[in-house]
Write a protein that binds this ligand. Structure first.
Ligand code: GLC
Length: 469
């Protein structure tokens, strides 16, 4: 019998994508199929998901009562490239974007709705695989049942920074039992609940998205206050490196690219994409290397390492152009806007996330910047390598697991503006003075396999362990 697994998450590509979480939730089920596993996905029906156009259908609806109000939930099913997705539609909680509005209430509602729909779905999972705090309450509640009467419970941590603190009032409003939450997942007074912490304590197995991050999060520097809990659960914690959907991220076939290219014509292919991007972004025509940064603008991503003065100093000796694509916290949007005001001829900023532009930037870029403060896995550096953009990353989390210094990219250690400026200088020198070496980094990066081929079997082994409980 095929093992049945239900992924519960906030987002899944291609339906709704804000970050890498969506790519993983959207692509891992297909890879698991190759391991003889039937993995399906359940997410909210966020604004902008056109289920009809995608050939979906409404399968049933049901009601739950929240804060004395009856909420109607419509359940839709659709299939994308063999993977079945269930979408939960509700006007009160899911009429906005993925993280719009009060995320804690939204995902307490989502978790409640998933728990309520489980027995009526035409799919009875052996394992519930929840992703991040958004689905952690599902695990907390199911864990209170005896093991014979419930599915096995896996929690994956994609980002420890967002833990989801809920008031007691909301826990009760969404019909969760405060006593199901371990006291170690509450504040001292017992009136605030840390959803992710509760999930970590309740899950049968916990995974995170790279081997190195699984080690880092046991330390104070990276544990975001949960290092002790995680340490307690270390025997059930494993780091499995994320993979990519290598059919989607494929420079030779990517439909979003202006020009497709293969290894044989990479030089010309990247040149044409770069010229197109330069003219689209109204950069002056040039032969300068193009640096690209694509990420959510948050404190995780290292934006405060960019300093106008040192970029200016570097560019005087080794001219370059730099593009930022992303949006997020106002503080960082402002920081990037200031940079581009100071260095208007060499910097462009695009503040809306645009998947198609992102792909074209990977194809155009000579260097791809990921100077993160912490990075559970990071997918962009892998995508960049596939598109022949040499990654410049900080030695942290999954970045450390995926980029080899001076072989497939450039790696710097300290989270400081000085080390960052040094690695940029090294990159520029390499580009201007040693093209052969630059091209060998590019070629080595392209030769890496970032598919799920290695990691899907690791998930299968983990699921197999659970079957034996
Ligand atoms: C989060 C993490 C990122 C990871 C992604 C997918 O966005 O910040 O490092 O790659 O989840 O797991």
């Amino acid at each position: 019998m095929k093992k049945k697994i239900l992924f519960c998450a906030a987002e899944a590509a291609p339906l709704a994508k804000v970050g890498g979480l969506a790519d993983v939730v959207g692509s891992l089920p297909a890879a698991l199929r190759g391991q003889g596993i039937d993995a399906r996905v359940i997410i909210p029906l966020h604004a902008g998901i056109s289920w009809r156009k995608l050939g979906g259908q409404k399968i049933f609806s049901f009601k739950i009562s929240i804060e004395g109000k009856r909420e109607i939930i419509n359940v839709y099913q659709l299939r994308i490239k063999q993977t079945i997705f269930y979408l939960l539609g509700n006007k009160t909680y899911f009429s906005g974007g993925v993280y719009e509005g009060d995320s804690v209430k939204k995902y307490l509602f989502f978790s409640r709705a998933v728990l309520a729909v489980l027995s009526d779905l035409p799919f009875h999972p052996d394992i519930i695989h929840a992703h991040d705090f958004h689905a952690a309450p599902i695990i907390v509640e199911l864990a209170s049942l005896s093991r014979q009467n419930r599915p096995a419970l896996v929690l994956t941590i994609h980002n420890l920074q967002h833990q989801g603190w809920s008031s007691l009032k909301n826990i009760e409003a969404f019909s969760f039992r405060p006593s199901d939450f371990s006291s170690d997942a509450k504040n001292k007074q017992g009136d605030w609940f840390n959803l992710l912490a509760a999930g970590i304590l309740a899950a049968d197995k916990i995974t995170t998205v790279s081997p190195n991050y699984a080690v880092e999060i046991l330390t104070r520097a990276y544990g975001q206050g949960l290092e002790k809990l995680l340490y307690r659960r270390r025997r059930d914690l494993v780091g499995i490196l994320n993979g990519l959907d290598v059919d989607v991220f494929n420079a030779a076939k990517d439909k979003l690219l202006l020009r497709n290219y293969q290894t044989a014509d990479i030089k010309r292919g990247k040149y044409l994409n770069r010229e197109a991007i330069r003219s689209y972004l109204q950069f002056p025509a040039s032969t300068e290397p193009l640096f690209v940064f694509i990420a959510r603008f948050s404190n995780q991503k290292g934006l405060d390492l960019f300093k106008s003065a040192s970029l200016h100093r570097l560019a005087k000796r080794y001219p370059f152009q730099l593009v930022f694509l992303g949006s997020g916290e106002e503080k960082y949007e402002q920081l990037v806007a200031d940079l581009s005001k100071n260095l208007s001829e060499m910097i462009r900023v695009i503040n809306v996330f645009d998947e198609s532009l992102a792909h074209n930037l990977y194809a155009a870029a000579d260097y791809f910047l990921v100077p993160s403060r912490f990075e559970p896995c990071g997918l962009t550096q892998m995508i960049a390598m596939r598109y022949g953009a040499v990654p410049i990353v900080r030695a942290t989390g999954g970045l450390k697991d995926t980029v080899q210094n001076n072989k497939t990219g450039l790696v710097f250690k300290d989270y400081s503006a000085v080390s960052f400026a040094n690695v940029l200088e090294k990159a520029l020198k390499l580009y201007y003075q040693n093209q052969t070496e630059y091209l060998s980094l590019q070629a080595a990066g392209r030769a890496q396999d970032w598919s799920w081929a290695a990691s899907a079997p690791e998930y299968r082994r983990l699921y197999d362990l659970l079957g034996a409980i």
